[in-house]
Design a protein around this ligand. Structure first.
Ligand code: CP
Length: 317
């Protein structure tokens, strides 16, 4: 794999291979010494132009557990504030010796630009670009679902027939977009439930059903309900939904959570708006996979960095 930019570039076999390697990495996390020497001498640069807790820390942990050198760059406090361009910033970090660049950027397409412009030689991992994609989040979500559904028999499997409901601000969600394509490749059936104003105009071309009745979706007893954060920072204030009205219609509140089958996974990529799109009773329940998703993120990102940096360089797409 040369770059990891989009789940649309991953076929079923490549996705399952990555999830299986993540299982190997998870086994390493259980050992007393949670480190592998695999990427000794390689340098991973985390290039974050947008805020992050989970993804940034998780990539840093993943690279360190593979013995890579890690440089974490945040745009805040850097020469980006003096007007330095993406190209000059990336080439500066390449000059320091980056073998892989993990990039989060507010502009959709920024990782693709870095990967295809010829500005740098390093492999590029998309850690979330604008409203476009967040492939490692989708991979860790799929890894979490596969483990909950198949346990020790997960290896080599997809998510065939799993019913996943993704709820909320689909329009601004790179997590939803990456999940829809990956879950489809893995054989899952996806239903998007959202206010019509928070659906993308091209949603009919996505491999997913669309619904507007969260109660009906919940009563159908899905295998997983993935709640999305309402992304106020990407909305004009005039379009920001009334919180009480939004919770009543689109939120996983106490009443809806009580009706969910006890086997349904409650997922959220984080950060959560508690009491808005998800009630604390759901977020903190035994059905919640929120912290499991975070823990699994390290294994999945170890697998992604391993595939990028330890194997032969070949085009992913
Ligand atoms: N899920 C996710 O991308 O979280 P962060 O913004 O904290 O990285």
């Amino acid at each position: 794999m040369r770059h990891l930019l989009s789940t649309r570039d991953l076929g079923r076999e490549q996705a399952i291979e990555l999830l299986d390697i993540a299982e190997d990495m998870a086994a390493v996390q259980q050992r007393e010494v949670r480190k592998l020497p695999t990427l000794r001498g390689r340098t991973v640069v985390n290039l974050f132009f947008e805020d992050s807790t989970r993804t940034r820390v998780s990539f840093e942990a993943a690279a360190k557990r593979l013995s890579a050198d890690v440089i974490t760059f945040s745009a805040k406090g850097s020469s980006v504030s003096k007007g330095e361009s993406l190209k000059d910033t990336a080439q500066t970090l390449q000059a320091i010796g980056a073998d892989a660049v993990v990039v989060r950027h507010q502009a959709s397409g920024a990782p693709q630009t870095l990967a295809t412009s010829g500005w740098i030689d390093a492999g590029v991992v998309n850690a979330g670009d604008g409203t476009h994609e967040h492939p490692t989040q989708a991979l860790l979500d799929a890894f979490t679902m596969r483990r909950r559904l198949h346990g020790d028999a997960s290896r080599g499997r997809g998510l065939d027939g799993a019913r996943v409901v993704i709820v909320g601000d689909v329009l601004h969600s790179r997590v939803a977009r990456s999940n829809v394509w990956l879950l489809d490749a893995l054989g899952a059936e996806v239903t998007l439930v959202a206010p019509p104003t928070l659906l993308p105009v091209d949603v009919s071309a996505w491999p997913a059903q669309v619904g507007y009745d969260l109660d009906a979706a919940i009563d159908a007893g899905p295998d997983a309900v993935m709640m999305l954060r309402v992304q106020a920072e990407r909305m004009h204030a005039a379009f920001f939904p009334n919180s009480r009205e939004y919770s009543r219609t689109w939120g996983l509140d106490d009443a809806r959570f009580a009706r969910l089958p006890r086997t349904t996974m409650v997922m959220h990529p984080g950060p959560m708006n508690r009491g808005f799109e998800i009630a604390a009773s759901a977020a903190d329940s035994a059905q919640s996979t929120v912290l499991e998703q975070v823990a699994n993120g390290v294994s999945v990102r170890m697998a992604a960095l391993y595939l990028l940096l330890s194997g032969e360089r070949e085009e992913a797409a």
